[in-house]
Write a protein that binds this ligand. Structure first.
Ligand SMILES: *Cc1c(COP(=O)(O)O)cnc(C)c1O
Length: 362
């Protein structure tokens, strides 16, 4: 037996804490990527219970799933652009707020809305350095034309996205560009509506950038990549039963390739969690910039010098994973742990990479 447990009350406390910090700014609950792995609708339900009625997603299906559930009136911002006419149509019919990042986007959205005799709602997306989805700040003319040339689109907001909110220099530069674009629109006599740029990290680090709304995803789960005491609880815990307990003699091996051999008699337990469930799968290296290569090698060396092993926790005690992690199971050392068949091990898996494990909110 295994499950991924979400502490509903702790999640609620995170939401309340973030809302309080946002003050007057509207909080968008970002629930993309299947709700950061916890389930889009599940996460939205807890957000709704805590007074959040603005959501942000990146997939058409997330919009339809929400509308089909109990989320009929909430505002749902679709942050990903789509050029697909059928998808645009579905988004318009489901009253999503679309993102428009080019004249072409606007043209297609206007046409699909018109074909349905609807006025679509949209936010303008500005690309200040992410290199995807959005007008460049230099395209001011095209941006200004949005507000007059597309009768079936109502523009109610404008936003940008930071590429590295941990870096104050680049973030302040991006913010400046964004702010200047918004001011230029206002100077042309147009009110751009809801202005927003912060993700979790920027929201936490730069209160002066909160504007009218903030888009919070990872901080809901307390999984933030900046240090300091936030008061947030890390949400999501994989729990797996000890499914077989045995004692193996010295000299006996464990796992494929006999990756580990017992030096002494060892009490072991099997868990039905493996790499196919997302355990011990690292982020892939997809960058070949020199500094990333050096960083990769340094990390590997550090792990090797420390003889870094993988651990899980059983009854509060840290237990080492023996040998290679299998596809669907792994073996742990419970020699010094007071435990029995059926006890639960806590296995650290980020829900974003979790697979084939039921998520339980309670
Ligand atoms: C994912 C995403 C967010 C939320 O980011 P977190 O760092 O998880 O808070 C905000 N805005 C956009 C455009 C995103 O894609």
């Amino acid at each position: 037996m295994k499950r991924y447990w979400v502490d509903r009350a702790a999640l609620g406390r995170n939401i309340d804490l973030l809302k309080a910090r946002a003050g007057d700014a509207t909080v968008f609950g970002v629930i993309k990527g299947n709700g950061y792995g916890l389930g889009t609708v599940n996460l939205a339900q807890v957000l709704k219970e805590h007074g959040i009625d603005h959501f942000a997603v990146t997939d058409v299906r997330e919009v339809t799933d929400l509308r089909r559930s109990e989320f009929e009136t909430e505002s749902i911002l679709m942050m990903e652009g789509t050029c697909n006419r059928q998808e645009i149509g579905t988004l318009v019919e489901n009253r999503a707020v679309l993102s428009v990042g080019s004249a072409e986007d606007a043209l297609r959205l206007d046409a699909e809305a018109k074909a349905r005799d609807l006025i679509a709602e949209a936010h303008v997306k500005i690309d200040t350095g992410m290199g995807r989805y959005g007008f460049l700040p230099t395209q001011l003319d095209e941006i200004l034309h949005l507000y007059s040339d597309y009768p079936n689109i109502r523009f109610t907001g404008i936003y940008t996205h930071f590429f590295n909110a941990c870096n104050p220099t680049s973030t302040k530069a991006q913010y400046k560009q964004f702010h200047e674009t918004v001011e230029a629109i206002r100077n042309a006599g147009i009110e751009p509506g809801m202005v927003h740029c912060c993700n979790s990290t920027a929201f936490w680090q730069y209160p002066e950038m909160h504007c009218d709304a903030v888009r919070i995803g990872s901080a809901l789960l307390g999984r933030v990549n900046f240090s300091g005491n936030t008061g947030l609880t890390v949400i999501g815990q994989c729990q797996a039963e000890l499914e077989e307990i045995r004692t193996i003699p010295a000299g006996h091996s464990v796992g494929y390739g006999a990756g580990w051999v017992a030096k002494r008699e060892t009490r072991t337990a099997v868990l039905s969690i493996g790499y196919s469930n997302g355990f011990a799968v690292d982020k892939g290296y997809d960058l070949w910039r020199t500094k990333d290569c050096i960083r990769g090698v340094a990390r590997y060396l550090k792990a090797w010098l420390k003889k870094k092993a993988l651990y899980v926790t059983v009854n509060g005690k840290s237990c080492r994973v023996l040998g290679h992690v299998g596809m669907v199971n792994m073996v742990i050392d419970i020699t010094d742990c007071d435990c029995q068949l059926g006890d639960m091990a806590v296995v650290n898996i980020n829900p974003l990479v979790l697979k084939s494990v039921d998520v339980v909110f309670e």
